[in-house]
Design a protein around this ligand. Structure first.
Ligand SMILES: *Cc1c(COP(=O)(O)O)cnc(C)c1O
Length: 409
């Protein structure tokens, strides 16, 4: 395996191949690691598949940043510079209502930093209707309590009024936390308090909006965004970078300059710091062209149907059926995106998952559905090859494949 890399290095030195081919040879020689997967689930932000796919611009930025970079150096003066200053400037430009911005490792880290810096040993006031489980067994109340802050629960599961918050505010209050219930909805006899009402209570209001929309998106009317939330009076907005924003895993903190500075200067901030690759990808996401997430959410159903018909014609197998795609990743749980899928026998799910490239679809009513919404058209040829291989495998006398659920969001 080393020999292949050395041979490629020799050929590159001799000018026979491009240096990038050496990198390819090195990667090919590695023991199997994370694999690139075709997401045919119709779940745009699939947590098990790494949530948002980065834009080509963000991928390019990551590659450029992989070597030595000016991440903390001002090339003009030769002096130390603010780490990630280009990302912070891009976020500030995108959300002018934010006095300052800070970036940490993920949304949970942003919550932990805010709770530690602003409420350790004191109280965080939160509605009983917003005690959310994020996923994989992680619960917001536990996360906050782990910082040494005390949770002061107010209201009930379905109704929390501004009076409930007002009655709980006191000398022990660190801040009021408003959490967007991003992966469920409460309907019926409900009452929740607007940020604008909370902001008059004399203590900081921290809003965890979850999904990372910087501005309102007409396609997602029920998803809060940073600009509107700040304008309503939130002092600090917390969001994830790899959900609807479509960027790398990261946690955004936007808002009051003095509060953000306190977070940035807290010793814990260093432990939650993001690396240069994340900063590069986030900058290209915020300042660059539309992301694959944005495009997948807006993919035209008619065009998807046509592409799926073409795929079926080229394969000579399967059936084109109407399907429903979703946002996933704990966002916009009620939004259904009309879509189309190629229906195949459910038994092909396992060989496709283990194929090359691995294709992950979704099994519904005894059929495997492949939804092209999140598969880039440039991957269609690979998809056809993978399906043909699965078809051949299905005809051979069975060597047993591992059973298991095809996917869960
Ligand atoms: C997703 C989410 C989180 C956690 O963010 P991560 O980036 O996954 O750590 C926290 N709060 C809300 C409301 C969320 O939707």
């Amino acid at each position: 395996m080393k020999a292949a890399v050395l041979a490629a290095q020799d050929r590159a030195r001799a000018g026979e191949i491009e240096p990038v081919a050496v990198a390819d040879a090195a990667v090919a020689a590695l023991p199997a690691g994370m694999r690139a997967v075709l997401n045919a689930t119709g779940v745009v932000l699939h947590t098990n598949l790494g949530r948002a796919a980065l834009s080509p611009a963000a991928v390019g930025a990551v590659v450029r940043a992989a070597g030595h970079t000016d991440v903390e150096l001002d090339l003009r003066t030769g002096k130390r510079a603010r780490r990630g200053r280009d990302v912070l400037a891009a976020l500030a430009a995108a959300v002018p209502d934010a006095g300052a911005v800070h970036v940490v490792n993920n949304g949970a880290a942003a919550l932990v930093l805010a709770a530690t810096a602003l409420a350790a040993g004191r109280e965080i006031i939160v509605s009983r209707g917003e005690m959310v489980e994020i996923g994989d067994g992680f619960r917001l109340p536990d996360l906050l309590a782990s910082t040494g802050a005390r949770l002061r629960e107010v209201g009930t599961t379905n109704r929390t009024s501004v009076v409930d918050y007002a009655n709980a505010v006191g000398p022990e209050t660190g801040f009021i936390l408003k959490v967007h219930p991003s992966n469920f909805v409460i309907r019926g006899f409900t009452l929740s308090t607007d940020i604008s009402e909370m902001s008059g209570l004399g203590v900081p209001v921290v809003a965890d909006i979850g999904s990372g929309l910087l501005r309102p998106d007409p396609l997602l009317p029920d998803e809060p965004d940073a600009a509107t939330t700040l304008r309503a009076g939130a002092d600090l907005v917390i969001a994830s970078g790899d959900k609807l924003l479509g960027g790398p895993q990261s946690g955004l903190l936007l808002g009051d300059a003095a509060l953000v500075e306190r977070l940035r200067r807290h010793p814990l901030a260093r432990a939650l710091r993001v690396d240069k690759l994340t900063l590069a990808a986030l900058h290209a996401t915020v300042a660059g062209p539309p992301t694959p997430t944005w495009e997948a959410l807006r993919a035209d159903a008619g065009e998807l149907r046509e592409r799926t018909e073409q795929l079926r014609a080229r394969l000579g197998l399967g059936e084109v059926v109407a399907a429903t795609a979703v946002v996933g990743g704990g966002g916009a749980p009620e939004l259904e995106l009309p879509s189309w899928a190629l229906a195949l026998p459910a038994g092909w799910a396992a060989p496709l998952r283990e194929g090359d490239p691995p294709v992950v679809g979704r099994v519904e009513r005894g059929r495997l559905l492949l939804d092209l919404r999140c598969v880039p058209p440039s991957a269609d040829a690979g998809l056809i090859e993978a399906i043909n291989a699965a078809a051949r495998a299905a005809q051979e006398p069975q060597e047993q494949h591992a059973e298991g659920p095809t996917c869960s969001s």
